[in-house]
Design a protein around this ligand. Structure first.
Ligand SMILES: Cc1ncc(COP(=O)(O)O)c(C=O)c1O
Length: 395
């Protein structure tokens, strides 16, 4: 099987696993234990990881709060700001193509009586900053826009978004789970106030993440979960030390390899797109090709049954949308203007560290074979083909 679903998750890098192992067994201390060596060793591992994570995102170590993943980080950021916001500023803005880990929290804000604006995107997948400008009011306290989309990989114009939101006194949160380690990311240059990250998207373990909280923003955040006072009172509970150590090591590796890997993956992604267009007709791209994550491609195959397509693709691991909502048409693709049927007949390819050129060629051939086979037995495709040939002027 060729694994091309790196937006859903990545394998733990063996080098990362090696860093993690001692913290399960010999160096098992609680980082909050201040009275003995075991605790000091664990605390040292956590602080090293904090520096490594911060370095990959352009933050300083004291601005990083470790969590259980990007879902928790999103919740801490959005629900945390909401809890600290006075009633007269209960307006928040987000975008239709956000991950459900953001949209669900916004739905909760709306149920709690907040005014919530969910901005549309164009067929490009990009938010028009002018739409944001029109949505902002002096009541807006929070804007949440992701850096890189988890399905179509497009990169939102975050610096512009932040500038406009700050002019109205609103805080900006970004879900950067897909961007970290895949594209150059500098939270300080983007000037965001809060940013969410996940270890398992960067060859680290599952169940670990982080929230960047810009210096000075803490008073505008009230932790929704209390107890223990760890992580500066923002996230109680004993830290997952092996996981945190692994996250740090994964960030360090991603930082060293980022530029070369981004270039390599960009080349492979372009090769995949080229091959698919050569081998299959009726294929179209979702979202702009640039700016986009280098390892992402999302395409729709006209007149193919989406469910049959996924079932027939036995040799390639891909998905038709977010891993969290696979049986539904993707809300991201329908937000771009795709029909439900087209959204289901779409594939998200996520290339990763182990992907090689031969995998790309094999994957493209396999997809082409399956699509051709399904179309041959599809009355829809036959009808569409006849309609197209009837439209052609006769010679
Ligand atoms: C953009 C985005 N946000 C949030 C998440 C959730 O991350 P986690 O699995 O670490 O909770 C994911 C991954 O599924 C994602 O792609």
């Amino acid at each position: 099987m060729i694994y091309l679903d790196h937006h859903a998750t990545t394998p733990v890098d063996r080098r990362v696993l090696e860093v993690m192992q001692p913290y399960f067994t010999t160096m098992f201390g609680n980082p909050a234990s201040r009275t003995h060596r075991a605790g000091w060793d664990a605390a040292e591992a956590v602080e090293r990881a904090r520096k490594q994570m911060a370095a990959l995102a352009g933050a300083s170590a004291r601005e990083i709060v470790f969590t259980s993943g990007a879902t928790e980080s999103n919740y801490l950021a959005i629900a945390g700001v909401a809890a600290a916001t006075p009633p007269e500023r209960r307006h928040a803005v987000t975008v239709a193509t956000e991950h459900m880990a953001v949209l669900d929290v916004f739905a909760q804000l709306a149920a709690d009586g907040w005014t919530v604006t969910v901005l549309p995107v164009g067929a490009s997948g990009l938010l028009d900053p002018d739409d944001l400008g029109r949505a902002l009011t002096p009541r807006t306290s929070l804007v949440s826009v992701m850096v890189a989309n988890n399905e179509i990989g497009v990169l939102q114009p975050l610096a512009d978004i932040t500038r406009r939101a700050h002019a109205q006194g609103a805080l900006v949160h970004t879900d950067a789970a897909q961007a970290l380690g895949r594209t150059r990311l500098d939270v300080r240059a983007l000037d965001v106030d809060l940013a969410s990250f996940s270890a398992h998207k960067v060859y680290g373990p599952k169940g670990v993440g982080a929230l960047y909280v810009k210096r000075g923003v803490e008073p505008r955040l009230r932790a929704p979960m209390r107890g223990g006072g760890q992580e500066r009172g923002l996230r109680g509970g004993t830290l997952n030390v092996p996981g945190v150590a692994g996250f740090g090591a994964a960030c360090e590796m991603a930082r060293q390899e980022l530029d070369a890997e981004a270039e390599r993956l960009g080349g492979l992604r372009d090769r995949l797109w080229q091959r698919l267009q050569e081998l299959v007709g009726g294929v179209s791209l979702n979202g702009v090709l640039s700016p986009r994550l280098p390892g992402n491609l999302n395409v729709t195959f006209a007149d193919v049954d989406g469910e049959a397509l996924l079932l027939a693709l036995t040799d390639v691991a891909v998905s038709s949308g977010s891993a969290c909502t696979t049986s539904q048409p993707s809300h991201v693709l329908t937000s771009l203007g795709r029909s439900a049927a087209d959204a289901l007949a779409s594939l998200r390819f996520g290339l990763g560290r182990a992907t090689r050129a031969e995998d790309i060629d094999r994957a493209a051939s396999h997809v082409a074979e399956v699509v051709t086979y399904l179309r041959a037995s599809s009355p829809r495709w036959q009808l569409a083909r006849t309609a197209r040939s009837n439209e052609r002027p006769s010679t």
